[in-house]
Design a protein around this ligand. Structure first.
Ligand code: AMP
Length: 467
């Protein structure tokens, strides 16, 4: 689930920025010719040493917006931690660390270490003993190292709070405060957040110095996202989602509800109609969240149902449709929701279900988008196939992953060489520490499962189950 900004960025060229020639050369090598909107808005300020509150989501190019300034503040010859990036999740921390390493390639030997919960603390301590310039980590684990004195932040000059809203949602407020307490007062602080609820404003007020605010109103190319509104009575709303799916038959749909209860109700209604739907909610354990996302991203689940909070940070490359099951009270959130589809020049659908009570909200959305919404009647939504909508793939879970040294090639090899399937019948293979998830064409799922359980992967018998 990696992202690149939709289309090539069209902002100003990087060479207008006060960056060293070798940094500019490296950016060119990375294919960064022009700035994305968030980079154009934040880099001049951040490189001038300003504290920033910036609104940006994954895929906007936000990592370079703080990565380049933190590297500019850094003295590579000084072997001490000079920058800290706090992130809500391990996934994001790994992604951010990787991007900072790429941006740092022009300097010799800049060491970037990730410190996240869930990984062995001993290994982290050993890496820290060897020294590092940049730490990227989750608040709990970073604090743990500070308490053990295996990490010191006395030489720090840049602090980044990435996805600040999500860190607060996940209950990291106290840990963040404690970590910031270990940072020198004299520093540059950059706060990035997809949304700006009151608690993020409070956080900024407490820890940033005369911050400049960088806020971008998103606008999407009307050509790539086709929006349709349907008027519904309250008792038609959930049923209408099934009508949309069986009419337009999108392979992957993200459905947004305003409340968790609505998400649960919708999943129940869709399943009762024989559709494959999963709920992504904020209370899921990281492992369960990973599992839901794997199934959705590998196309073995048709609909992912989520609230805005739960879908934060989520970035899925191929999304044929977004459905606004409820209209968001905030027009910016609506625009943010529909921006998930129609990526990279591919056409996407955005459907919105609105009751009479929600017409005021639709009016504000029209105003923000600068165009009138296009209305269609529910009666147009007739099934376009006799078959209910099924996802093209199914997910098989093999109990055993990185810890067992299973690699994608081993699984693909077992299925193609030993069991006679063709490579085109096998989809994405995701491997985490303890499990391997393999997507296979729905029609061969039973057979593939039986053969995996009867045969071997990498010379060992394995246990597999269908999700
Ligand atoms: P991010 O939002 O930081 O996760 O970035 C999304 C992706 O866009 C990453 O793969 C970056 O390497 C890439 N990217 C960021 N900025 C630019 C740029 N100015 N030009 C081209 N690619 C970029």
């Amino acid at each position: 689930m990696t992202a690149s900004p939709a289309g090539a960025p069209t902002g100003p060229a990087f060479d207008i920025l006060p960056l060293a020639p070798e940094v500019l050369a490296n950016l060119r090598q990375l294919g960064y010719e022009r700035m994305t909107p968030i980079q154009a808005a934040s880099l001049p300020l951040a490189l001038a040493g300003q504290d920033l509150i910036a609104q940006a989501k994954t895929g906007s190019g936000k990592t370079a917006s703080f990565g380049l300034p933190l590297l500019a503040n850094l003295n590579a010859r000084r072997f001490a931690v000079q920058a800290l990036v706090l992130c809500p999740t391990r996934e994001l921390a790994e992604q951010v660390a990787q991007e900072i390493r790429r941006l740092a390639r022009s300097e010799e030997n800049i060491k970037v270490i990730t410190l996240c919960g869930g990984a062995a603390i001993r290994t982290q301590i050993t890496s820290l003993e060897h020294g590092a310039h940049v730490i990227v980590g989750t608040p709990g684990r970073v604090l743990d190292h500070l308490s053990r004195q295996t990490l010191a932040l006395d030489a720090l000059n840049t602090l980044v709070l990435d996805e600040a809203d999500r860190m607060l949602d996940m209950g990291f407020a106290d840990d963040m405060a404690a970590v910031i307490g270990h940072c020198p007062k004299q520093r540059q602080t950059l706060l990035f957040s997809a949304t700006f609820p009151d608690d993020v404003a409070k956080l900024a007020g407490r820890y940033l110095r005369e911050p400049k605010q960088v806020k971008l109103t998103e606008q999407h190319a009307a050509a790539t996202i086709r929006q349709r509104f349907y008027e519904v009575a309250e008792d038609q709303r959930l049923h209408a989602v099934g009508l949309l799916l069986n009419h337009y038959r999108p392979v992957s749909t993200l459905a947004f509800c305003n409340t968790k209860q609505q998400c649960r109700d919708l999943v129940a209604v869709l399943r009762a109609q024989g559709l494959s739907a999963l709920e992504l909610h904020g209370d899921l354990e990281q492992r369960d969240r990973d599992q839901v996302l794997v199934q959705f991203a590998n196309r073995s689940c048709s609909v992912l149902v989520a609230t805005d909070v739960a879908a934060r940070g989520l970035d899925i490359a191929q999304l044929e449709a977004v459905i606004n099951v409820d209209i968001s009270p905030e027009p910016e959130v609506h625009v943010h929701r529909i921006g998930r589809t129609g990526r990279a020049g591919e056409a996407g659908w955005a459907f919105s279900l609105a009751s009479l009570d929600e017409m005021g909200r639709v009016g504000r959305i029209d105003e923000l988008q600068g165009r009138e919404s296009e209305w269609h009647a529910l009666s147009e939504l007739v099934p376009t196939s006799a078959e209910p909508l099924h996802p093209p793939m199914a997910t098989l879970q093999i109990l055993g992953g990185r810890k067992e040294k299973i690699r994608a090639g081993d699984v693909l090899g077992a299925l193609t060489k030993d069991h006679g399937f063709t490579a085109t019948q096998i989809g994405k293979i995701d491997i985490n520490d303890f499990s391997t998830y393999v997507a296979v064409e729905r029609g061969i799922a039973k057979d593939a499962l039986r053969k995996l359980n009867a045969g071997k992967v990498k010379g060992k018998t394995v246990k597999a189950r269908a999700l």
